[in-house]
Design a protein around this ligand. Structure first.
Ligand SMILES: Nc1ncnc2c1ncn2[C@@H]1O[C@H](COP(=O)(O)OP(=O)(O)O)[C@@H](O)[C@H]1O
Ligand SMILES: [Mg+2]
Length: 273
C-alpha cells in the first residue's frame, strides 16, 4: 500500500537537490544534545517541504528514544521494527502523516537496535536505499549525540542538518558532533539550524562562533575545511510547546507564528540550496 501522501505528484522543478544515485535527497537531522527540538524541526520542515510540492518521507531513526509518533499523534501498528524483523513489507510501514508527508516510525521497543551491530547496519542501509527512489526528500530524525548508530545513519545521508540551541551545553555538544563528523566522514558542508533563539541575529552569531572554533581546532587538521551554513534561526516560542502538547504540527495549528514562518523559509532555502 502506497500512502496518499507518498503518491502526491511532485510539482515540476520542486526539488533541485537530489541524492547521489538519483531519487530522494537524504537529509540527516542530528544534534549534539537531546531535547533541542530535532523532532519538532524535522516534522515541521517535512510539512513545509511537502507544501512546497515535494514527496517527503520522515524516517524516525532515533532508535532508542523514538518519539515522532507522539509529536504527530500517530498510533502506528507497523513500524521499522516490523520491517527489520521481516514481519511486514516496507510499503506497509510507510504511513501518511498529518502535514502531507509520509513517515516510517521506529515506535518503541527498538532498544535492541541502539547498538550498531552488523545486522542493524545492513538493515538501516537497506531501508534507506529502498525508500530513496520513491521520494524527493527523506528526512532522518537521528538520535542525539555521537553514538555509532547516529554516526552511521548520518553517513548514509547526502546532507546533514545540525540542530542546536544557544545554551552553552547544546553548543559544546554540537561542536563535538561536528568535529567527529568532520574527522570520520568526507562531508565538508554542514548545515546548522539554531532553535529557541531569544533575539534576532543570535543564530548568525552562533554560526560564526562555531565556525571560528572549527577553523581553529578542526580545519587545521583537514585537507579541505568544514563549512557551516546557517539554514535558519527559530525563535523560542511557547506556541511550539503548546503544539507538542496538543500533538499537532506548528505549521497546522499556528502557521502564522514566527517560528512556523522561519521553518517555511528554511524549507524554501533548503530546496534552493
Ligand atoms: N522553538 C521552540 N520554542 C519553544 N519550545 C521549543 C522550541 N523547540 C522545541 N521546543 C520544546 O522542546 C521540546 C523538545 O523538542 P524535541 O523536538 O522533542 O527535541 P529533540 O527531538 O531534539 O529531543 C519540545 O517538546 C518543545 O516543548
Ligand atoms: Mg526527538
Amino acid at each position: 500500500m502506497m500512502t496518499a501522501a507518498a503518491s502526491i505528484p511532485r510539482r515540476p522543478g520542486a526539488a533541485t537537490t537530489s541524492g547521489a544515485s538519483g531519487g530522494a535527497c537524504i537529509t540527516a537531522i542530528t544534534s549534539g544534545k537531546g531535547g533541542v527540538g530535532k523532532t519538532f524541526v524535522t516534522a515541521n520542515l517535512a510539512a513545509a517541504l511537502a507544501r512546497q510540492g515535494e514527496r517527503v518521507l520522515v524516517l524516525d531513526a532515533d532508535l532508542g528514544l523514538a518519539n515522532l509518533d507522539v509529536v504527530l499523534n500517530l498510533y502506528p501498528k507497523l513500524t521499522l521494527h516490523d520491517v527489520f524483523t521481516g514481519q511486514t513489507k516496507l510499503e506497509d510501514a510507510i504511513l501518511p502523516a498529518p502535514g502531507g508527508f509520509s513517515v516510517l516510525l521506529a515506535g518503541s521497543g527498538m532498544i535492541e537496535y541502539s547498538r550498531l551491530t552488523p545486522t542493524v547496519r545492513d538493515q538501516l542501509h537497506e531501508v534507506i536505499q529502498r525508500v530513496r527512489p520513491r521520494f524527493d526528500r527523506v528526512l532522518i530524525d537521528t538520535g542525539a549525540g555521537i553514538s555509532d548508530v547516529v554516526l552511521y545513519t548520518v553517513s548514509l545521508a547526502d546532507e546533514v542538518l545540525v540542530v542546536a540551541t544557544p545554551e552553552p551545553t547544546s553548543l559544546t555538544d554540537a561542536y563535538a558532533t561536528i568535529k567527529v563528523l568532520a574527522t570520520t566522514q568526507p562531508r565538508r558542508l554542514m548545515r546548522l539550524l539554531v532553535n529557541q533563539v531569544q533575539r534576532p541575529g543570535e543564530g548568525r552569531a552562533i554560526r560564526n562562533q562555531l565556525q571560528l572554533v572549527i577553523d581553529r581546532y578542526v580545519n587545521t587538521g583537514l585537507d579541505k575545511p568544514v563549512m557551516l551554513e546557517l539554514l535558519g534561526e527559530v525563535p523560542f516560542d511557547s506556541a511550539v510547546r503548546d503544539s507538542v502538547i496538543r500533538r499537532e504540527l506548528l505549521l497546522e495549528g499556528a502557521p502564522g507564528t514566527s517560528a512556523a514562518l522561519v521553518i517555511v523559509a528554511a524549507a524554501a532555502k533548503h530546496i534552493a540550496g
